[in-house]
Design a protein around this ligand. Structure first.
Ligand code: 5AD
Ligand code: SF4
Length: 369
């Protein structure tokens, strides 16, 4: 007999097979799952959604991931780097609007110049906002020394998506050289943890060659790693990338959206106190995508604060939404999304992951004993 959602959710610990069953639920049954995740979210992290102002600092990337529009070999986009003043202006906007937190994201680079520029920017943001604005970095794989220097300069959270947790699938989605290895990605995640960051990771959902079993494995991976934050969203094809040739293999838009919301809701149930983002990619495939994710367990949103003139050049995937919206328009639209989902915005709060705080408290206790 096939167990019902309620039967499955009675288990305190969901194993990979049970997660696979949940990922395979039809739409009606999935509603029960979403409602359960909604309750878990209310109970463990409350009904607040936190803003992280996203600054797409540069689209220069030294990598060539097969799925990504800004991969090094794509010559269609004009490459840019924001000036320090442009970054500081975006940071000021976030601070003045009580976002309390920003994310600086860019393609991957590790030159001395680059790492030093980031270090100086972090220090300036810290000084100019009296340490009020929290900074999350999303700048790819770096050395332990770089991670430490950035941490010491004021960054306290870091996002590094594993992209897919299955090493075999990872190898199919990246060039086979030494700069694109699953092992290095895992090492980087462990260095981030060691340095003291709140660590975020994530995956893409609905990729060619990806199975339900891979996705269940991804959720188990976050749990095994005891991750603090997760951002995951649907894969969206991009015609300038090698993976575009396999577009016939990916699930339909509706299926990718539903699968993504199921991933969010199951993650909320198995890791009740982490921070989970409602991603832009989800919104790109469904105008109600963000609301659905917030209802089913997400509690973080990343409004785009990149100056509008650069946005057309940071297209990781096709049909990226809101590329022309000014930051204040974005803010109003997101407030509406959040209210529609029945939640409120955690203005002026850093919204640290409760999971991280709990983990830190445990390790302090261990050190003390
Ligand atoms: N579709 C969806 N997400 C993508 N990313 C890169 N390319 C795509 C795509 N085609 C995601 C990756 C990366 C993040 C910055 O954007 O997961 O880590
Ligand atoms: Fe570069 Fe990141 Fe795109 Fe890979 S996913 S090509 S590292 S920006």
């Amino acid at each position: 007999m096939i167990p019902t959602v309620d039967n499955i959710l009675q288990n305190k610990y969901l194993d990979k097979d049970q997660i696979k069953l949940l990922l395979s639920l039809d739409n009606t049954e999935a509603e029960t799952l979403f409602h359960r995740a909604h309750e878990v979210k209310n109970f463990h992290v409350g009904r607040k959604v936190y803003f992280r102002g996203l600054i797409e600092y540069s689209n220069i990337c030294t990598k060539n991931c097969f799925y990504c529009g800004i991969r090094m070999d794509n010559s269609r986009y004009q490459r840019y780097v924001l000036s320090d003043d442009e970054v500081l202006e975006a940071a000021r906007f976030a601070n003045d609007n009580n976002f309390a937190s920003i994310v600086i994201q860019a393609g991957e680079r590790s030159s001395k110049d680059f790492t030093l520029t980031i270090e100086n920017l972090l220090k300036r943001i810290h000084t100019e906002t009296d340490g009020k604005l929290h900074v999350t970095l999303s700048l790819g794989e770096q050395t332990e020394e770089t991670y430490k220097r950035w941490y010491d300069s004021g960054a306290h959270r870091y996002l590094l998506r594993i992209e897919v947790s299955n090493p075999g699938l990872y190898a199919r989605l990246h060039p086979g050289d030494s700069r694109h290895t699953h092992k290095a990605r895992l090492k980087a995640l462990s260095l981030l943890r060691k340095t003291g960051y709140q660590v975020g990771s994530g995956v893409m959902i609905g990729l060619p060659f990806q199975t339900i079993s891979d996705l269940a494995e991804d959720l188990c991976f976050f749990r095994d790693l005891d991750i603090d934050m997760v951002g995951m969203g649907p894969y969206i094809e991009h015609e300038d990338t090698p993976l575009y040739a396999f577009r016939d293999m990916i699930p339909s838009v509706t299926d990718r959206v539903n699968l993504s919301v199921k991933m969010v809701s199951i993650l909320r149930i198995i890791m009740p106190d982490i921070n989970i983002a409602a991603t832009t990619a989800l919104q790109a495939l469904d105008p109600k995508g963000r609301e659905k994710a917030i209802f089913a367990g997400a509690n973080v949103i990343m409004p785009n604060l990149t100056p509008v003139k650069y946005r057309d050049n940071y297209l990781l995937y096709e049909n990226k939404p809101n590329v022309k919206d000014q930051p204040d328009e974005t803010k109003i639209a997101l407030e509406k999304n959040i209210q529609a989902a029945g939640d409120e915005i955690g203005y002026g709060e850093w919204g640290d992951s409760r999971h991280y705080k709990r983990r830190e408290a445990k390790s302090e206790k261990r050190n003390f004993l």
